[in-house]
Structure formats: structure tokens, C-alpha cells
Design a protein around this ligand. Structure first.
Ligand SMILES: [Zn+2]
Length: 220
């Protein structure tokens, strides 16, 4: 299978679906990531939190830890990726060239404006595709007025360590978000989703739509 994961920023995909994508690679599926921004940003005082260069370097290393080599990084502004035609067109082009069987994108009721824009733009660009899943938003992005509904559970028992190590590779984010406290938060959520499905660790997704082929299935 060919899997496309679309993310606004370097680190979104690793936090939300790193375990599943590493598992897909390990099981011989093709995985491509489309990152919409080079992901450098400043804080509200204008202080640089992360340069584009360090984000790209750390993010590439993080995706390599997951076994992902097909990495496309676009140049939309980190904080402002709106639901408009140039963003839709960029995703459309990627989908047309790559022809994925499964697409992952952000949850449309995430609180981060760039995540919301990317979600809606992916939904528009993927209008002819049949299997689309939304990431579980990460704190505090999930604290919105429409809750994420966990509908698809995938066990990541084999790849939880790969996922956590990919986050540690994001050194600037790791330092900003509390180092091992950040890792512990992500780890706990994987443990919680795993417990819900009777496994040790899992990632959960919301389903926009899904194509199922009886006989072949869509199993990872
Ligand atoms: Zn993000």
C-alpha cells in the first residue's frame, strides 16, 4: 500500500502517527510525508524558537528514525497555512503524482490555525480518494469545541520506541516542551489508546471515509 501523511509542521506527523508509519514501513508499505512548512517560528515576543534550518534538519532525522525516506517539505508560512487554493493545489499535485491508497491529515477541529487549514485543504484535495484518516490532535491543540472521536485504533507495540526516539530527535521542540516530560505525555497517550483496545500501545485516528476491500482488507 501507498500511504501519504500530510502535516503542517515537522513534528506533527511523528507525534500523531509516528508509530503507525514506522510499522507500515517495517511491514513493507510505501510511506511518503508532505510537510507544508519549513517549520521555523518565533514566539510572541519575536524571539526565534526554531530556525527553518534546525527544524528541517531535526525533522528529517526524526522521519529517518521512523524509516521514512520520501519526505517533501514545502514553503508555506509556519503559522499561517490557510484553506485556500494554492494550499489545496500543492496537496492536489502531491496526491496526483503519488496516488496514495491511504491519506492521513490533521483533525479539522484542531485548535492550531495551520493544522485546521491543512486539514481542510487535504479534504478538498483528496476529494477523489476513498480512505482518509485524521490524526488525534495533541495537547493543547485538541482542546477545541468539537472533540476528536477515536474510531480507528492501530497497535504500535513494535514501534513505540522508534516513535519516542523520533521525538527526541526534534531537539529544539524537546527542549521547549519539557524534555522527558514531553516524551512521557506522548507515551502516556499511546498507553491509554493501547489500553482501550487491549494492547500495550496504540495510536487512534478519526475516519473521514474508508474503502474496504473484503478479502484483501486494509490491515497494516
Ligand atoms: Zn503543528
Amino acid at each position: 500500500m501507498k500511504i501519504l501523511a500530510v502535516g503542517a509542521h515537522l513534528d506533527d506527523i511523528e507525534i500523531s502517527a509516528g508509530g503507525v508509519l514506522a510499522k507500515a514501513v517495517n511491514n513493507g508499505h510505501e510511506v511518503k510525508t508532505l510537510i507544508m512548512s519549513r517549520s521555523g517560528y518565533t514566539n510572541k515576543d519575536g524571539e526565534v524558537q526554531r530556525t527553518d534550518e534546525s527544524a528541517v534538519k531535526e525533522g528529517t532525522e526524526a522521519l529517518h528514525i521512523l524509516g521514512i525516506r520520501d519526505i517533501e517539505i514545502l514553503d508555506f508560512p509556519t503559522k499561517d497555512i490557510p484553506f485556500q487554493s494554492d494550499v489545496v493545489n500543492a496537496i492536489d499535485l502531491c496526491i496526483n503524482n503519488y496516488q496514495p491508497d491511504i491519506i492521513f491529515t490533521h483533525h479539522p477541529f484542531d485548535t492550531h490555525q495551520a493544522h485546521v487549514g491543512v486539514s481542510n485543504a487535504t479534504i478538498a484535495a483528496a476529494r477523489r480518494k476513498n480512505t482518509i484518516f485524521f490524526y488525534e490532535p495533541i495537547s493543547p491543540s485538541g482542546r477545541s469545541y468539537v472533540a476528536f472521536r477515536p474510531q480507528l485504533y492501530i497497535s504500535i507495540e513494535e514501534t513505540i520506541e522508534q516513535k519516542l526516539n523520533s521525538l527526541r530527535a526534534h531537539k529544539t521542540e524537546y527542549n521547549k516542551f519539557g524534555k522527558e516530560d514531553w516524551i512521557a505525555g506522548v507515551y502516556a497517550r499511546c498507553g491509554f489508546r493501547g489500553y482501550e483496545m487491549g494492547k500495550k500501545y496504540a495510536e487512534a485516528f478519526e475516519i473521514l471515509r474508508i474503502e474496504m476491500s473484503l478479502g484483501k482488507g486494509i490491515e497494516l
